[in-house]
Design a binder for this molecule. Sequence first.
Ligand SMILES: NC(=O)C1=CN([C@@H]2O[C@H](COP(=O)(O)OP(=O)(O)OC[C@H]3O[C@@H](n4cnc5c(N)ncnc54)[C@H](O)[C@@H]3O)[C@@H](O)[C@H]2O)C=CC1
Ligand SMILES: O=P(O)(O)OC[C@H]1O[C@](O)(CO)[C@@H](O)[C@@H]1O
Length: 381
Amino acid sequence: MLAVHFGAGNIGRGFIGSLLYKAGYHTTFVDVNDQVIKELNEKQQYRVVLADENEDELTVSNVSGLNSTTSPEEVIQAIVKADIVTTAVGPTILPIISDLLTKGLRERLKKTGHPLNIIACENMIGGSSLLNEEVLKQVTEAEKEQFNRVYGFPNAAVDRIVPNQTNDDLLQVSVEPYYEWVVEETDVKGEKPDIQGITYVSDLTPYIERKLFTVNTGHAVAAYIGHSMGYKTIEEAMSHEPIQEITLGALSESGEVLIRKYGFDHNEHLNYINKIIHRFQNPYISDDVTRVGRGPIRKLGSNDRLIRPATLYLKLTGKDPVNLAKTIAAALTYQNKQDPEAVELQEMIEREGYQTVLEKVSGLEKNHPFIAIVQNQLDIN
Ligand SMILES: NC(=O)C1=CN([C@@H]2O[C@H](COP(=O)(O)OP(=O)(O)OC[C@H]3O[C@@H](n4cnc5c(N)ncnc54)[C@H](O)[C@@H]3O)[C@@H](O)[C@H]2O)C=CC1
Ligand SMILES: O=P(O)(O)OC[C@H]1O[C@](O)(CO)[C@@H](O)[C@@H]1O
């Protein structure tokens, strides 16, 4: 069985690649990082090390690589033969890879017409749907009907913390032991890919929102508040009691929203929150606040981990989401010259001020009451 996976980075190699290998696939990684592609082809295997006291290892073999910039034709042919396509490139890259993916899917229609599922494994709501939309923008009306009939783009939620890392062995990747991969089965075309580790569900929304508004919300709190207090890593930030309190406070706010929306059991959700806080404190992982806080404009988006739970909390409870507002204020002041979105955000704020920029990036209307709540936090600091 053949898998084509776009993005041979942390999640690509450390999570999706390892489950594809265990399920018996040969995985062709597609990336723009030539060094990684060369090593994948040279070594044809890499090591995944679990970040805990035992440091258990898995050697992932049966892998190869293609550079999408220099070998687009090979990528197209790989898509023609694939049994599954997955991605872990980052939400902003999905429109970029859609071009080559469309070419591959078009060629496949000509050659075999076999069904295929394309699963975007990104931290966002509706990642596969977005990729599907980008693909459909590039096809004719007649092709659209054929694409919709044979190509499935089931949405997915993926959860495993894989920090940025530099190892002597370029391909080696250290990952936390925990993982979760949930896929919405309703959009699968043909047979459901038989991959141990995938949980199929009929409605992904509660799962993706619970994950995004707990793991990613809590992580964002630790990253932005931690950075504002001078901490370098998530573990350092999380050892500071006031940050723990704000994190727990923000997760109580997002938790209240999740419990009200989806009827989760209060105590079970509290256990879920505590487990996640424990994962942030894993002493075997060193995760920079700049990785977790990367892309602040995206993270301040209307459907993302901060604005959505905060505005829903305000709407559903009538109370101020103080801890989420503190975090959003810290995200608005987040400076990192290495992060293009952080640089752009600060330039926008310099020109237009916090209020206008918050409206722009979050999509909130001008007089939305939440804007004043964030302004209040900015004034306090
Ligand atoms: N690292 C983590 O803990 C988790 C990350 N995610 C999500 O997984 C996705 C990937 O994240 P990471 O693996 O951490 O990032 P990463 O930066 O380690 O990997 C992304 C890979 O995509 C490649 N890439 C960039 N442009 C490309 C293009 N045009 N074509 C093909 N490949 C391209 C990069 O060279 C890189 O190897 C993101 O959406 C992230 O939110 C989800 C859960 C956990
Ligand atoms: O990958 P993003 O969306 O930039 O955000 C970083 C987040 O992703 C993760 O890497 C995995 O969910 C978390 O560790 C962190 O909350």
